[in-house]
Write a protein that binds this ligand. Structure first.
Ligand code: AMP
Length: 460
């Protein structure tokens, strides 16, 4: 038997109903904040993530699905070469070999390209922002929903293909993209969304990771503090201590935690501008009544974050307790070769959001059961039943449709399994009378209802 690949899974009904429920609430809430959808490709050039997310992050260093892609370009180039050779057959001129090699065999297309399944959405969205000059439109409020891929060790709440709901506010500084009001707006929107979904017991953890200037001083202090202790740490931290000390805070190894707890914190290194920005974010959140706690260990696993960084956690999730995370990335666009485009965004782990939702809501509770099961009875009745079902569906009723080859008992069983309230019998006598036997499966009550009255009777 061929099974789904490790770390991937099928989302089956009725659970998919919860996913749809989440996504439609997300679209409604985001709409109220004037966000619009963007859909970017699922794979991008590897360089985008290396430059955007950071070479030293776990995501780029260990978790990406990357491959060398040649696609059609190899044969295209070879085809072009053959065309050229054909055209020049018998030519007596000198053959410029280096030029041919350069043109047909070492050109970009021929060399192939390193591609990667997207491990996160922000880098792709910022790439699209730059490519399509979205900054010309002023402030962009964008969201996207889709699968991400990371080669992590699978466990409950951690998959190799997982889904994120991602939103970004990005634009030129002149459009106010740097303002702490945008950070607070994004955080307030998230609180509204979680409340709307009925997810209670979330905790917003907030930090400021400063700007590159603060970061340089902080990294220096970290390096110094790590120097005497790094030998006692895990191999990853030993490497991080040298290459990118900030990433030590991503470490999950229990033995390293007492050491990490004693390290300097970014909060001590924030410059005046970053401190003021962070205070303003907190002030607005307090004003709008969004509760939060400060956590100056929170640095998030991606290099591009500046200033505000945050996570929403939920008790019911166990070890993988972060439902969502995000932050500001004021230098990302420039790091990717674009214009200055400060931004703030987040990614909700949809798998985990659905898991927390399952605490309070069962998929069965959200699923809309069919209103009626239309049961054709006897040869030639499939067409009549289909016609009736079509009429009823036009009245927004959810209709399940049977098969004329089913005996009545089998139709009742199918209707019961589908969980419908009514079964509607379509037999020859009913069609002649243009009135149909409608039976309430819960009470057993059966009445004959004229065709025109059926939608109203079923809706009751
Ligand atoms: P990140 O992009 O790492 O900031 O992650 C944002 C959110 O995505 C996390 O808070 C998780 O809810 C979710 N997430 C990240 N990695 C995984 C994974 N491997 N499986 C399921 N959810 C994930």
């Amino acid at each position: 038997m061929i099974k789904a690949v490790r770390g991937t899974r099928d989302l089956l009904p009725p659970e998919t109903t919860l996913w749809n429920f989440v996504e439609s609430a997300v679209r409604d809430v985001f709409r109220a904040y004037n966000f619009q959808e963007i859909r970017t490709p699922i794979f991008e050039s590897t360089e985008l993530f290396a430059r955007g997310v950071g070479e030293e992050t776990d995501i780029v260093a260990k978790e990406m699905y990357t491959w060398e892609d040649r696609g059609g370009t190899l044969s295209n180039k070879f085809g072009e070469f053959l065309d050229w050779a054909e055209k020049n057959r018998g030519s007596t001129g000198p053959i410029n070999t280096p030029k041919i090699v350069d043109e047909y065999f070492t050109a970009e297309g021929w060399k192939g390209q390193s591609l990667t399944l997207r491990p996160e959405a922000t880098a792709g969205i910022v790439r699209a922002y730059i490519e399509h000059k979205l900054g010309d439109r002023g402030l962009n409020k964008l969201y996207c929903i889709g699968p991400m891929f990371r080669r992590e060790r699978p466990q409950k709440g951690r998959y190799r293909q997982f889904y994120q709901i991602d939103a970004e506010i990005i634009g030129p500084p002149s459009a106010g993209s740097e303002s702490p009001a945008r950070d607070a707006e994004v955080l307030e929107m998230l609180a509204t969304l979680l409340d709307r979904l009925g997810i209670s017991g979330w905790n917003l953890e907030l930090n400021s990771v400063g700007c590159p200037k603060d970061r340089a001083a902080f990294n220096e202090a970290l390096r110094k503090a790590l120097d005497p202790v790094r030998d006692k740490m895990c191999v990853d931290c030993q490497r991080r201590a040298v290459t990118n000390p900030l990433r030590v805070f991503d470490c999950k190894v229990p033995e390293d935690q007492p050491i990490i707890d004693k390290l300097p914190r970014i909060s001590q290194f924030l410059d005046e501008g970053c401190r003021k920005h962070f205070e303003a974010v907190q002030e607005i959140l307090t004003k709008v009544g969004v509760r939060f706690s400060l956590n100056d260990r929170l640095v998030r696993g991606l290099d591009y974050y500046t200033r505000t960084a945050f996570e929403f956690t939920h008790g019911a999730l166990g070890a993988q307790n972060a439902i969502l995370g995000g932050g500001r990335y004021d230098g990302l666009s420039e790091a990717l070769g674009g214009p200055a485009a400060p931004g703030i965004g987040f990614a909700i782990g949809e798998d985990r959001l659905v898991m927390s939702l399952q605490e309070s809501t069962s998929a069965e509770g959200v699923v809309k059961k069919p209103d009626v099961y239309v049961a054709p009875l006897g040869a030639g009745m499939d067409g009549e039943a289909a016609r009736l079902a079509r009429e009823l569906r036009r009245h927004d009723l959810v209709v399940d449709l049977g098969d004329e080859n089913f005996r009545l008992k089998k139709s009742f069983e199918a209707a019961t399994r589908a969980g419908t309230k009514y079964i509607l019998i379509v037999g020859e006598n009913e069609v002649k009378a243009d009135a149909f036997a409608l039976k309430n499966l819960a009470t057993g009550e059966q009445v004959s209802v004229p065709r025109a009255e059926l939608p109203r009777r079923i809706q009751e």
